[in-house]
Design a protein around this ligand. Structure first.
Ligand SMILES: [Zn+2]
Length: 217
């Protein structure tokens, strides 16, 4: 089993695909968010620092994040492959990630770029509706995923709402930021011939089939 990194724009369904891979292959899903939350519970100097930094809404220092990622990836459960999520977020972190892998004697593995057209993402974002009672997520722009009655949950009859940041303006900002930070990462891994691009303008099942094929090649 090779290590896996997903690169995908916001709302591309990266999290769902990671879950499907974890379910099928049983490899750990490593995210920097989880690492930081875990460490913040520890009664140590670094645990205290992370806890205070997160609580104040600031960013944990890069050096500390790198060290924590390296420590986590060095654990036994990662020796047979893992999915890294939410890291690297920019090209500097990508260089640092390469170093971490080298230190641990790991290969980069598969860098899977799920490419989705911006128009498709916009439809997903603006169509998303969530049940305020049971949290089921619908999409009124997707006939396979829309509720029978537009503002009512099929499961429980609860009222559906739209998240305040699920609008075109907020999405545009997120998307611009993603492009700026991510394009250099894509270029970097493409140059090393480890990047596989897949067409993400597709259903969850079909995207997973493509990912599964790459994993099994
Ligand atoms: Zn509901």
């Amino acid at each position: 089993m090779k290590n896996i990194m997903f690169i995908a724009p916001p709302a591309a369904g990266k999290g769902t695909q990671a879950e499907l891979v974890v379910e099928k292959y049983g490899i750990p899903h490593i995210s920097t968010g989880d690492i930081l939350r875990e460490i913040s519970k520890e009664d140590s100097e670094i645990g205290k620092y992370v806890q205070e930094t997160l609580a104040s809404g600031k960013l944990v220092k890069d050096d500390i994040t790198y060290q924590l990622v390296e420590d986590r990836l060095g654990k036994k459960d990662c020796k047979n492959g893992f999915i890294i999520d939410g890291f690297p977020r920019n090209i500097d972190q990508a260089y640092e990630y390469d170093k971490i892998l080298k230190n641990l004697g790991y290969d980069i593995g598969h860098v899977i770029y799920i490419n989705v057209d911006k128009k498709v993402l916009e439809k997903r974002i603006t169509g998303r509706r969530i049940c305020e009672d049971c949290n089921t997520i619908y999409n009124i722009n997707d006939k396979d995923n829309s509720p029978e009655i537009e503002s009512v949950c099929d499961n429980c009859g609860g009222k559906l709402y739209q998240r305040s940041d699920d609008n075109l303006e907020a999405f545009d900002t997120r998307y611009q930021m993603y492009m700026e930070k991510t394009e250099p990462i894509i270029k970097h891994y493409r140059e090393q011939n480890v990047l596989v691009e897949i067409d993400g303008n597709d259903t969850v099942e079909n995207i997973f089939k493509k990912i599964d094929k790459i994993i099994n090649e």
